[in-house]
Design a protein around this ligand. Structure first.
Ligand SMILES: Nc1ncnc2c1ncn2[C@@H]1O[C@H](COP(=O)(O)OP(=O)(O)O)[C@@H](O)[C@H]1O
Ligand SMILES: C[C@@](O)(CCOP(=O)(O)O)CC(=O)O
Ligand SMILES: [Mg+2]
Length: 388
């Protein structure tokens, strides 16, 4: 079949995320509570004649291939199933060979994700220039990989839907499933919480692949603290897996306790949203849960000296902090109760920044993935994405 030629430019953005509670335990089916964050990844895809050009400046990748070569080398080897499922490791090896890179090559992991999704979703292939730029710190626990995966899935599905309006599912549920496949290519065994929150936005309760979008979110104020210590999600997840395999009867109950923290925190957030008369007591309970969870994550050996120091500094101000995401560095967050005065917030920020940490406040519970009107095309219209 001949390759297709032209499509309208697609502009997509997807948010980062904050895991309030449940990281690591969620990989083992327990409950996590996650909110979307104001920083986003932006992607544009434009038609390009007979070539595929990938520009990922954040990781220093800019390359181009003839479409005919991709169709010849990759398409005959793609997995037969045209719905997202398990990663076909034979096909990822085919892509590695095509790109001439080795399996562990991190800089090329994003390229592997792109070619995997492109080969399956864009049938029978179309020339394109894809450009991705992110406001999200990469490899720090705020879900940059999921935002990338969600952008790729959304953009490629939108293009395919132009050629094949019937039979191409572009719902949020389908986007999240394709992005989950991409996350599996990057991480091996992700829980799916990151792609779910980046797709749906807001606040979600997530367990065993079930996404429960929470209709209302009380206005939580948190201080994000970047340790500036880089780490890889996969390494931390592997570290926990080794411990779980060695001591399932010890580590399993820790996962249960973390899950309990997520459920309790959700109950308190719902109570806060409905009635803020008992706000002070509720914030006290939320702070207590943050402290418990940080201790549990420390027991799982995924904290780090920098994260422990942030928690200690927060405590000097009577505040609680915990790591967010995989840990081992990356980000922590500090809960700022409504009773706190601005002078204390400035003081705590100063104390943290004196120690080399970078602090910021950003919006919580923002919109999930959006397809925006393309600036370069007058004819492009904003496309709503259905929920399921
Ligand atoms: N803007 C981007 N451009 C290209 N690749 C990206 C981008 N953002 C994230 N990635 C991919 O995601 C990986 C980081 O994922 P991960 O270790 O899960 O950390 P995070 O907590 O940020 O999701 C990077 O090594 C890269 O492969
Ligand atoms: C540790 C984990 O629970 C969250 C990882 O988040 P991040 O990649 O650090 O943003 C892993 C997962 O849920 O797949
Ligand atoms: Mg990630």
């Amino acid at each position: 079949m001949a390759a297709r030629a032209w499509f309208k430019p697609v502009v997509v953005s997807a948010p980062s995320k904050l895991i309030l509670h449940g990281e690591h335990a969620v990989v083992y089916g327990r409950t996590a509570l996650a909110a979307s964050l104001g920083m986003r990844t932006h992607m544009t895809i434009e038609a390009l004649s007979e070539r595929v050009q990938v520009d990922f400046p954040d990781i220093g990748v800019r390359k181009e291939w003839p479409l005919a070569l991709i169709r010849q080398k990759l398409f005959p080897r793609r997995p037969p199933h045209l719905v997202p499922g398990e990663v076909d490791r034979v096909f990822t090896q085919v892509i590695h060979d095509f790109l001439g890179v080795s399996q562990g090559d991190l800089a090329h992991a994003s390229l592997i994700c792109f070619f995997y999704l492109f080969s399956i979703i864009c049938d029978p292939g179309v020339g394109m220039a894809i450009h991705v730029r992110s406001e999200i710190p990469i490899g720090a626990g705020l879900g940059s990989s999921a935002a990338l995966s969600v952008c790729l899935a959304t953009g490629l599905l939108a293009i395919q839907a132009e050629f094949q309006p019937k039979g191409c599912d572009t719902s949020r549920a389908a986007i999240s499933d394709w992005a989950f496949l991409s996350e599996k290519i990057l991480h091996g065994t992700p829980s799916g919480v990151d792609n779910a929150i980046s797709t749906f936005g807001g606040l979600i309760r997530f367990a065993q692949g079930r996404i429960e979008v929470q209709e209302r979110l009380p206005c939580l104020r948190i201080l994000l603290v970047n340790t500036q210590v880089s780490r890889r999600t996969k390494d931390l997840v592997d570290r926990v897996r080794v411990q779980h395999a060695a001591h399932p009867r010890v580590i399993g109950p820790i996962f249960d306790a973390i899950s309990g923290v997520s459920e309790s925190a959700l109950a308190i957030l719902r109570a806060l949203e409905q009635d803020d008369t008992g706000a002070e007591e509720h914030y006290g309970q939320l702070a207590q849960l943050i402290e418990y969870n940080q201790q549990l994550l420390r027991t799982l050996n995924v904290s780090h000296a920098s994260l422990d120091l942030i928690c200690a500094i927060a405590l000097e101000f009577g505040l609680q902090a915990k790591l967010t995401g995989a840990g081992g560095g990356g980000f922590a967050f500090v809960l700022l109760p409504p009773s706190i005065n601005e002078k204390s917030v400035l003081l705590i920020r100063d104390r943290l920044e004196e120690r080399g940490f970078v602090c910021q406040e950003t919006e919580l519970g923002v919109e999930g993935v959006v397809i925006q009107p393309a600036q370069s095309s007058d004819s492009f219209e904003s496309q709503p994405i259905s929920a399921s």
